[in-house]
Design a binder for this molecule. Structure first.
Ligand code: PGA
Length: 267
């Protein structure tokens, strides 16, 4: 059985001091669940401090984005080698907020191109992370309009194909995919567990098709979008769902710990 992965995405929140306090509380709160993989994907500015807090704990350090080249004149970017320098274990790639696919957008249309990460950029980021043995968490998911139009399956297939193009299946053993319907992110509107499980199965079938069945069987497929402690157990009880990517609720260590406690036992 695949060990469930619960990953927190702190997004652009928390000062260094707040991040440190949150990480320290989390480490104490989840001591009794070594059978679950837990990661926190923190802002770049907090990576150094949080790394210290997580030392000697079972909680893994994660980042929220990466550039694909090692060095050069790329102002403002962070390379995979820089993440490896801090022992970063996981990195989110292709989040709808970096693809520019905001659900209920608070961002003006004119700003969207600044976020527009393409499938080929996502592919390059995944390759760069794998080279440094950092586990990518690839986000896929449809917008509200695509959901209404019934094109979810096609959108997800295309995102997976674009992200994984030309990558050797054998390199993807430590890889995870998060199904995050854009309309469910930060909206309080969670996808029903049945539907989340159906899409997670679809993702695994597509992975088997694009890669191979054995590799696909090892890849963890998570759900993300308005996860709270009140709905985590229904999602985590589904065999098709190998964990959760948690945004807002991961900012509160107690609430995030409750979500971790809801993971299936055994691993
Ligand atoms: P949310 O965000 O839990 O706040 O909806 C999830 C995500 O964006 O990864």
């Amino acid at each position: 059985m695949r060990t469930q992965l619960i990953a927190g995405n702190w997004k652009m929140n928390l000062t260094c001091a707040q991040a440190l306090a949150n990480a320290e509380s989390l480490v104490k709160l989840i001591e009794q669940r070594p059978d679950v993989d837990v990661a926190v994907c923190v802002p770049f500015t907090a990576i150094g401090r949080v790394r210290e807090a997580l030392r000697n704990s079972s909680v893994h350090l994660g980042a929220q984005n990466v550039f694909w080249l090692e060095k050069g004149a790329y102002t403002g970017q962070i390379s995979p080698g820089m993440l490896a320098d801090f022992d970063v274990a996981y990195c989110i790639v292709g989040h709808s907020e970096t693809r520019g696919r905001f659900g209920v957008s608070e961002v003006e249309a004119a700003l969207l191109p600044y976020f527009a990460e393409s499938d080929s950029a996502i592919n390059a980021k995944i390759r760069a992370l794998l080279f440094h043995s950092i586990n990518p968490i690839l986000c896929v998911g449809e917008t509200a309009d695509e959901w209404t139009a019934g094109t979810t399956e096609g959108v997800i297939r295309q995102q997976l194909e674009g992200a994984l193009k030309g990558i050797e299946p054998a390199e993807l053993y430590s890889f995870a995919v998060a199904y995050e319907p854009v309309w469910a992110i930060g909206t309080g509107q969670t996808c029903e567990a049945d539907e989340a499980a159906r899409i997670c199965t679809l993702v695994r079938n597509y992975l088997a098709d694009i890669l191979d069945a054995e590799v696909a069987d090892n890849i963890r497929v998570l759900y993300g979008g308005s996860v709270r402690s009140s709905n985590a157990d229904v999602l985590l009880n589904r065999n098709e769902i190998d964990g959760l990517l948690v945004g807002g609720a991961s900012l509160d260590a107690m609430e995030f710990a409750r979500i971790v406690m809801a993971a299936r036992h055994g691993g």
